[in-house]
Design a protein around this ligand. Structure first.
Ligand SMILES: *Cc1c(COP(=O)(O)O)cnc(C)c1O
Length: 221
């Protein structure tokens, strides 16, 4: 079996029900995506708008594309309408820009709010306090075309598994709290995107529903 298909199968064999695999194809050519698609993988993640648009145009329409990277407000137009889910919405400005574009096209755009859970400073995202504040002040009344589908986070890039576990656990607790408080009885707020090649097993243990895996499928970038 070709390597890509084999890697996908190995990951899928260990996935519990309710966890979906996003194959992160950024920097890899369309031919690799095609190979993975033919092996049965249907959800792919891209993180650069231009590369995303170019690849999507070449590939089967049966692919469910997710935009997983940091999205600049001036690139929103390239992503809305193409991505089924935007994983890393990390500012009020971006929310308002997605709202504007979605309203213009009469679409509802499913988004995850990115929460900063790592100790590294460079990573994007709302702090847990900022996020709770957004909900408490009813910010989302201004974004009716943004369909809030859950939360996303990236753990610190460290070999300290206990720390990674703590960060994922904290995100899951925040997710549960927000879901109970603001989405009681509603199903759309149901996704928790956490876990990459190096830490997805821990993320699954801690309640992830979407794992984003590049290197372990396609090899080094
Ligand atoms: C690149 C990327 C991934 C995949 O990382 P791997 O370590 O290659 O599995 C996951 N999430 C985001 C946001 C990424 O940018």
């Amino acid at each position: 079996m070709p390597a890509i298909a084999q890697h996908i199968q190995q990951i899928n064999d260990t996935l519990p029900a309710g966890v979906r695999l996003v194959a992160v194809s950024k920097t890899h050519p369309a031919s690799c995506v095609q190979e993975a698609y033919e092996a049965g993988q249907h959800i792919f993640g891209e993180s650069r708008p231009q590369e995303f648009a170019q690849k999507a145009a070449l590939l089967p329409s049966g692919i469910e594309w997710h935009f997983i990277g940091h999205l600049q407000t001036n690139k929103v137009k390239q992503v809305v309408g193409l991505a089924r889910l935007i994983h890393a919405v990390d500012s009020e400005r971006l929310l308002l820009e997605i709202e504007k574009e979605a309203a213009k096209r009469a679409l509802h755009v499913a988004c995850l709010l990115q929460v900063h859970i790592a100790t590294e400073e460079a990573k994007f995202g709302f702090s847990p306090d900022e996020l709770q504040h957004l909900f408490a002040q009813n910010f989302f009344i201004h974004t009716p075309h943004v369909q809030l589908a859950g939360l996303m986070g990236m753990a610190t890039n460290t070999g300290d598994h206990q720390q990674v576990r703590c960060e994922f656990r904290g995100l899951k607790q925040l997710f549960d709290r927000i879901k109970q408080t603001y989405f009681a009885g509603e199903t759309p707020f149901c996704e928790l995107s956490m876990g990459m090649s190096g830490d997805y097993r821990i993320a699954i243990d801690e309640g992830s529903t979407l794992i984003r895996i590049g290197t372990a499928i396609f090899g080094q970038r």
